[in-house]
Design a protein around this ligand. Structure first.
Ligand SMILES: Nc1ncnc2c1ncn2[C@@H]1O[C@H](COP(=O)(O)OP(=O)(O)OP(=O)(O)O)[C@@H](O)[C@H]1O
Length: 700
């Protein structure tokens, strides 16, 4: 590895030296047997184009050295093609200008033999001076396109090369093999690594962002074809033993599971008229056999996707004997990730074929994560955080982290993106949510004053006018249950209101819980968090609470997840990204070195202080919410009476309820306010779930 690195550096250096020597020899500053032969050769064939050779040699050398030292400069193929074209058209143009003389070409003048040949071809159809003007025109267009990379040709090539696969990278991704199988279940062609893109990373990453080598790359894992072949045979046999003819027609291997494509066969039945008819096996028959298949394959757990969306087969997902770890670096460089072109692009993991699973937080626009203890939630939140801070500076992205578990997220203390430090006490966390609501309102007022629709247009306008842009804010909560236990109504209403309205103002929520019960993930919360990640859960009931579908109970833990993208509709199985403490430290260190790191007091400090001053207030708010829900009307005087508080306090409470979205705005004239939440919010959901509890856990 090290040897290869030095070789590349040496070749790069030799190319640069060759460029310098050639340049000097072209100007007659140096000579030598070899050098003279070389210079005569390029002068004769390329004429003055020989200077372009110097340029290309030098450029190739510099790019090679930079790329080898992780500082690769984006140099797209289209630019190379345009520059090459420019070189040839220049040579033809020189030749045409020089009167298209073969004698001059042989003396190493004009465009040399090549330039003369090109000019001669065109001259046959378009005699001078038209051909000269034509070559001049082509040269100008290519020069503008190649050097400025705008132009017609650049765009045209853009289109032509749109589907060109990016060069595959040195450090290949996790094993991402897939192959069809022949009749006997043998892989019909060698499993191959799918090309993992690279090369456009630097182009898309903004200036001043941390280098990608701060985070780890994937390790290459080869598909074990013998094992796969064997498992395919056992799946077919197990199904046949239950009277289900089916064929394994392919497989896709991901980091933790291999998905076998099972094509249902036909069974022969006698119809009432005594005739034999062929009937296709129903997918449900295969899906119902997941336990028997797990037994036959001696697999701990097995998930059946029946059918695989958009495919004509059933997917049987068998755990890999040797699961591999998904790392962040290759995902950050991958084409699907870069293609999102979003500052809030999230690299979540790799699917069952090893392809990157990515999502755009600004479109989700909030994310709910659930899973039992030890299933991978905290690792997921840490990976998301690292992914976000690898792509955003502390000026453009702010994070608020709430971690009642006090162990997982505190590792991020000191990160300049973080407001103050990770909050670990429930009372302070409530303060953060209240601040977020106030910040959202403040931002709406700013957007309104600037007559802009959302944070993007606001920031564009601010940039044009040289004003301060608004940073995006991501609030990460590592355990919702604690907050919901201490102040259920306030937490729910704050989360719901933020989830409903905060998107346009650039505030996003990422909320995790290990208790996907309906008193934590209430119906209202669920309805407002359409993007969800389910890690392994205890039962199919929990799985339905999170995903509205079974499946998460069959996951393997350790970052094995189902990602429900609101735009896709069906949950996608993936292995989550893992980031190590070391990677987190490096990224924090990078940002600390690049920012003048004064930790400002948290913006919610004031709110927390004022809350502390009026002790017991939270309790009062909770009671007020309950009362307006019951009474279906709300006014300060009613709260004054029911809560036995003074009028000013009751009026403040009504304002707080309005802020929380529980009651509508003042209608004037002392009229009662509209109650915006139904009495059954939360309750309704609880009832549904009691009913769901009655559903048999396994429909089998
Ligand atoms: N993406 C992953 N890849 C590999 N291993 C993982 C991954 N995610 C989690 N693990 C393993 O699972 C362990 C537990 O993960 P994590 O701490 O994220 O669980 P959790 O769901 O947050 O649990 P708790 O709710 O108890 O905090 C990790 O220490 C790690 O060993």
């Amino acid at each position: 590895m090290r040897g290869r690195r030095y070789t590349a550096d040496t070749i790069g250096l030799l190319l640069v030296v060759a460029a310098i020597i050639t340049f000097m020899a072209l100007l007659d500053f140096t000579e030598g047997t070899l050098v003279s032969v070389w210079v005569r050769f390029i002068r004769t064939w390329m004429g003055w184009g020989a200077f372009a050779v110097v340029f290309f040699l030098g450029l190739a050398g510099v790019l090679l050295i930079l790329a080898n030292n992780e500082k690769s400069v984006a140099f797209p193929l289209k630019r190379i093609i345009v520059l090459e074209g420019l070189m040839f058209s220049l040579m033809a143009f020189f030749s045409a200008l020089g009167g298209q003389s073969l004698q001059r070409a042989s003396q190493g003048l004009d465009g040399g033999f090549i330039g003369w040949g090109l000019a001669e071809i065109v001259d046959r159809f378009l005699p001078a001076p038209i051909s000269t003007i034509l070559w001049g025109g082509i040269t100008v267009v290519l020069a503008v396109s190649g050097l400025g990379l705008t132009g017609l040709v650049g765009n045209l090539l853009d289109r032509l090369l749109e589907d060109e696969p990016l060069e595959s990278e040195g450090q290949a991704a996790e094993s991402v093999a897939s192959a069809p199988m022949d009749q006997k279940g043998t892989p019909a062609r060698k499993a191959r690594k799918s090309p993992e893109p690279k090369g456009h990373a630097e182009l898309k990453r903004g200036d001043g962002l941390p280098p990608l080598d701060l985070v780890l790359p994937d390790k290459t894992v080869k598909a074990d074809e013998t094992n796969i072949h064997d498992t395919a045979r056992r799946i077919e046999k197990a199904l046949a033993d239950f009277g289900i003819p089916a064929r394994v027609v392919g497989f896709r291997q991901g980091p933790t599971v291999t998905q076998f494509a099972v094509e249902p066969g036909f069974v022969e039945k006698t119809n009432p008229d005594g005739e034999m008819v062929r009937q296709k096996v129903r997918v449900a028959q295969i899906a119902n056999l997941h336990r028997d298949l797990a037994l036959a394959l001696s697999a701990e757990r097995l998930r059946i996707e029946a059918p695989v969306p958009g495919q004509a087969f059933v997917g049987v997902e068998v755990p890999n004997a040797d699961p591999s770890i998904v790392r962040l670096r290759n995902l950050l460089e991958s084409r699907p990730f870069l293609k999102m072109r979003s500052p809030l692009a999230l690299a979540l993991g790799r699917d069952v074929s090893g392809q990157p699973v990515v999502g755009d937080l600004s479109r989700m626009p909030h994310l709910l994560i659930a899973g039992t203890t030890g299933s991978g939630k905290s690792v997921c939140i840490a990976a998301i955080t690292v992914c976000l801070v690898m792509n955003n500076s502390p000026e453009t992205l702010k994070l608020a982290m709430l971690d009642p578990k006090m162990v997982e997220l505190v590792r991020f203390n000191g990160l300049p993106h973080l407001y103050n430090k990770v909050e670990t006490e429930p009372e302070r966390m409530l303060g953060v949510l209240k601040w977020a609501l106030a910040e959202m309102d403040r931002r709406y007022r700013l957007l309104e004053a600037a007559k802009t629709r959302d944070i993007d247009s606001y920031n564009e306008r601010a940039a044009r006018r040289g004003e301060n842009a608004l940073p995006r804010v991501v609030i990460l909560i590592d355990e919702l249950a604690d907050l919901m236990m201490s102040a259920p109504d306030q937490t729910e209403h704050a989360l719901v209101r933020l989830a409903q309205l905060a998107r346009a103002t650039g505030i996003h929520l990422i909320v995790a819980t290990q208790r996907p019960s309906t008193d934590v993930v209430t119906g209202l919360i669920k309805a407002n968090f359409p993007a969800r990640i389910a890690f392994n859960v205890a039962s199919s009931i929990d799985s339905r609470v999170i995903l509205d579908a079974n499946g998460a109970e069959s996951l393997l833990g350790n970052g094995d997840m189902l990602f429900l993208d609101p735009e896709a509709g069906t949950p996608l199985r993936a292995q989550g990204v893992m980031v190590s403490d070391n990677e987190i430290e490096k990224v924090i260190e990078y940002w600390q070195q690049h920012m003048n790191g004064e930790v400002e007091p948290a913006p919610w400090e004031e709110m927390i202080e004022s809350a502390a001053q009026s002790e017991g207030q939270d309790d009062l708010v909770e009671r007020a919410i309950r009362i307006v829900k019951e009474e279906r009307r709300a006014s300060a005087s009613m709260l004054q009476r029911r809560l036995r508080v003074g009028y000013p306090r009751a009026a403040r409470l009504i304002d707080e309820l309005e802020e929380l979205g529980v009651v509508g705005p003042s209608q004037g004239g002392g009229r009662e306010r509209e109650v915006l939440v139904s009495k059954d919010d939360g309750e309704e959901q609880r009832n549904i779930d009691y009913n769901e509890d009655e559903i048999e856990e396994d429909p089998e």
